[in-house]
Design a protein around this ligand. Sequence first.
Ligand code: GLU
Length: 489
Amino acid sequence: IEPLTLALQVPYKDHCHLFSPRCVQSNIVLLTQAFRKKFVIPDFVSFASEIDALYENAKNLGGGQVADYIPQLARFSPDLWAVSICTVDGQRHTAGDTKVPFCLQSCVKPLKYAIAVHDHGTEYVHRFIGKEPSGLRFNKLFLNEEDKPHNPMVNAGAIVCTSLLKQGASNAEKFDYVMNFMNKLAGNEYVGFSNATFQSERESGDRNFAIGYYLKEKKCFPEGTDMTSILDLYFQLCSIEVTCESASVMAATLANGGFCPITGERVLGPEAVRNTLSLMHSCGMYDFSGQFAFHVGLPAKSGVAGGILLVVPNVMGIMCWSPPLDKLGNSVRGIQFCTDLVSLCNFHNYDNLKHFVKKLDPRREGGDQRVKSVINLLFAAYTGDVSALRRFALSSMDMEQRDYDSRTALHVAAAEGHVEVVKFLLEACRVNPVPKDRWGNTPMEEAVHFGHHDVVTMLQDYNNKYSPPGGATEDKEKEISEKNIDGLL
Ligand code: GLU
């Protein structure tokens, strides 16, 4: 079991259960991917330790206020802090208080919107609700110029959205219906309900009642809606409990186009997921949404209990949870974590995946793949296959990679006397012309040793022409500039 566990790169604590049928079944997606050796984060162990460092960094952060408008929230310690990650192929990592239940509160808004679109389609849902950030506080009594709520992430929009769920059914059936979705989104991990929170929300919910009456007056609900029972359901959905761990699976289901990464089940359709992520991106972080979209560039939704549901589309779902909130209502530690994550990794929607060299790309293959790629590269240099080399260079392969003996493609091509390859590596790829292998030999020495005079002349000419200022350093950072993309072609 141990080697398999290592192969899975999952920091499971209970290895001994790994092969029980129950375990296999509940991890079927993960196991399938493991056997295919295809994970979206190939080196998950290293990635997890980077996450731990970000977690620790945010842990020391003070400031912020725990919400105290109801006693159920006021009771949470300001020291609670948790981060959980679930990738689209089911790799998991958690740090901190990840098993403590807390209420989704506003984090449920994108989820119920997703259910509404899944059931009715975009056109129907947006007959009732807009798609535009409101620029106003989330619980503002305000509608857009068409007398619709601005979007489903503010209270007015979320209340109308609640009225679209399983219309005609009783509140009990509606609640069960939504809970069933929540369980599936979370891969059957912890989803609970805090009745005390529900009662308190209802008792202290004057603003939401005011919004409800205003929506009713403006005919924002589908015909026949009982507004007060919709408000009840709204408060109940705010009171659904998760843990950081289970909510990370919910986020991962969104990251994975609606398929739960733990069970493999399709929970939501692609249209519902895409809409939801778009609106989380533009409206999910209260009055910080624009800045969050700018700095973090990822869809997210925060709630008054201190949760931030963060989605890295096609990669992973993350839940951050820490009760102290900043002035705009977002978790102080959560915001720090999200910002740090995107400074470290190229997860911002507009980070360029190919050329933004300074950030970590955890999606990149390490280890095995690197070995394969250096073998391919040196083999092409050995056989004189310029077109293979051109393909590698155009796919951003590092053309200066070294094998175990520190030999580069240029060493090999020079030793074999492949003038065209040497020319291509030097002129199109601009590789370092004087790398030293583990015995201290340069490509020039190889060419001399094996008597390839044309290669020697070419290397000499090149060195005379482009003697780099300050001399070529072996680990000099190189990029294929636009200018020599032409050369590659
Ligand atoms: N129960 C809260 C309300 O509807 C939710 C607040 C929030 O998480 O933003 O006012």
